[in-house]
Structure formats: structure tokens, C-alpha cells
Design a protein around this ligand. Sequence first.
Ligand SMILES: NC(=O)c1ccc[n+]([C@@H]2O[C@H](COP(=O)([O-])OP(=O)(O)OC[C@H]3O[C@@H](n4cnc5c(N)ncnc54)[C@H](O)[C@@H]3O)[C@@H](O)[C@H]2O)c1
Length: 320
Amino acid sequence: MNILIIGGGGFLGQKLAHRLEAAGQLRNSEITGLTLADITAPGAVAAPFAVKTIACDITDPAAVSGLLTARFDTIFLLAAVVSSHAEAEFEVGMQVNLHGVLNVLEAARLTETVPVLVFTSSLAVFGGEVPDPIRDWTIPNPQTSYGTQKAIGELLVNDYSRRGFVDGRALRLPTISVRPGRPNRAASSFMSSIIREPLNGEEAVCPVDPDFAHYYLSPRMCVQNLIRGAEVAAADLGQNRTMTMPGRTLTIRQMIDAMTAVAGPNAAQLIRFEDNPAIRNIVTGWRFAYDPAKALALGLQADNSFEDNVRYYLEDDRPA
Ligand SMILES: NC(=O)c1ccc[n+]([C@@H]2O[C@H](COP(=O)([O-])OP(=O)(O)OC[C@H]3O[C@@H](n4cnc5c(N)ncnc54)[C@H](O)[C@@H]3O)[C@@H](O)[C@H]2O)c1
């Protein structure tokens, strides 16, 4: 089993690489090689099998073709520029999230193998006029360039699979929390920082009120679901390779209560509520009610409670 992670230097790519290293197998086949590709060569991962790290810009078709001259049984296609970046820089978003994805699918089409390809889509494909709850077959109605690019990626993964070029699976990820590191430019950044910073003993600002609800998944469960997504038999996927990855709908108050239950009352004292209309206007337009029936039937899972998300952050990511 030779595996490629494109976007292997990113947050989820690195976590996926470590999980694969620990598992040593995928689809009941021993992992013999793992390649991590990213726009700059990612950090290496120590493993009992060969790990290569490669710089590859997916907007460059020749570089992607060169990358795929090696034979891969499974490709995780995680490389993307995230929502706020794709919104701020339209051309970059189109180049990476649309043309880059197409370059990977085209290079895969022209190989002699039919790799399993797991594509990370997003709930950002939904917006505007959609029903509550949103189901797997709800028609995407993205209200951002990022969401539009991901929706097109889903359709391409479906068609390249239907044609037998790849064996694709497109998973719409919930917002991942608790994300480690520093706050980023994403409007959703506070959805991790209001938990992460207090657990690190630092202050955090929450720009929405405690009743704000959203749909979340922990990094640990997300990586488990990416692997499960690669393991599902093609015959079980049906005629649409796209599904919502399970998550949990939670209010800010419920998240803070979970943090208090795990880490005690002091952390919550470090959160300051400060209305930020710019962020509030973006995030209150997002939907939070999903029915991820297909993924649940295929063995993907949500976290049991947000207390798990807090524990996973403390166990996996909190700086020593
Ligand atoms: N984290 C979340 O909450 C979330 C939610 C929904 C969807 N997703 C999707 O999951 C995937 C992984 O997300 P993440 O949180 O790890 O993001 P990330 O930004 O940490 O990782 C993405 C990686 O893609 C790489 N990349 C960007 N442009 C590239 C290019 N031209 N060529 C090669 N590599 C390039 C980046 O360098 C980065 O390492 C993305 O596709 C993202 O859209 C994430």
C-alpha cells in the first residue's frame, strides 16, 4: 500500500501522516510507502516504512504529473487555500482549489492505476436557501468562492469516479475544533481559540454571543474519518461519492461548559465576549443543522461530546 497525501504539510495532513504511521496498514494492506507533498516540502514523519517529502505546487500540471509517475494506491487530496484566503484572493482560490484539484484528477486519470482518492470538501458548499437539516443530497448553494470551488471539486471527483479514472470519495468536513497553533485569518478562527487559548492560560475574545450554534468535529475524529473514507468499499458508496462528515451541533455555551467539565472553572474566566459585527455577520449566515446519514451508515463517526474535543486537545496538541 503506497499512499500519497497532497497537502501533507498542513494541519490535517500532518496528523493523518502520524496516524497512518501508527496504524501501519490501510484497507488491510501493510503500508509500504508514504509520500507527503505540499507547496514546500513538509516535515518528515518517522515511520517503519519509507516516507518521502516532496515540494509540489498543484497549480503546476507538470509538477503534479511528475508526482504521480510513482504508483499510488491511495491519494488523500487535502491541499487547498482556506475560505477567507480564497475569498480575499479570488485568483489564488481558483488556481489552487479548482485548477489544482483538476490537475491532480487529470494526472491520476493518465496513470495506469485507479487509486482510491479522498477529497476534503467543506460544509461551505451549503449556504443561502437550503433546508434544515441539510442532508447529503441537498443541492449545494455556496455563498463563497471557496464553497463554489469545493462544490465543483465534488462533482469532478464524482465524474472521474464514474468514468473509472479514480475511486473517489468527497468528504464535507465540519469546522475542526480544537485546532492547535495560533489564530488564523479564518472567520471561524475563534471557534478554536476560545477553547485553545484559555487551556493554554491565555485570554481569548469571543465575537458572537453564547447561543451561537455551529457544527464541529475534533481533529482526531476527522483523521479517523478520512481513513475510514479511504476504507469504505466502492460498491457501498452508491452513485454519489460525496457525503457530509459527521459532527455535532453545539452552542458556544455548550463548548465552554464542556471545557469547564474537563479542565475546571478557571479557563472560562479567560474568555471575553466582545461583539464583532464583521465576524458575526459572516458566521451567522452559516448553517449548523446537518443529517450526515450516509457517512454514519458507512462507519464514519462524530465525537461523543465536546468534552472529548477538549481532552484530545490536551492530550495531542497543548504545548508542553
Ligand atoms: N480545518 C477545517 O476546519 C476544515 C474544514 C473544512 C474543510 N477543510 C479542508 O480540509 C483540507 C485540509 O485542511 P487543513 O485545515 O489541514 O488546512 P491547512 O491550510 O493546514 O493545509 C492545507 C495545505 O495545502 C497546502 N497548499 C496550499 N496551496 C497549495 C498548492 N498550490 N500546492 C500544494 N499544496 C498547497 C498548504 O501549504 C497547506 O499545507 C483542506 O482541503 C480544507 O479545505 C478543513
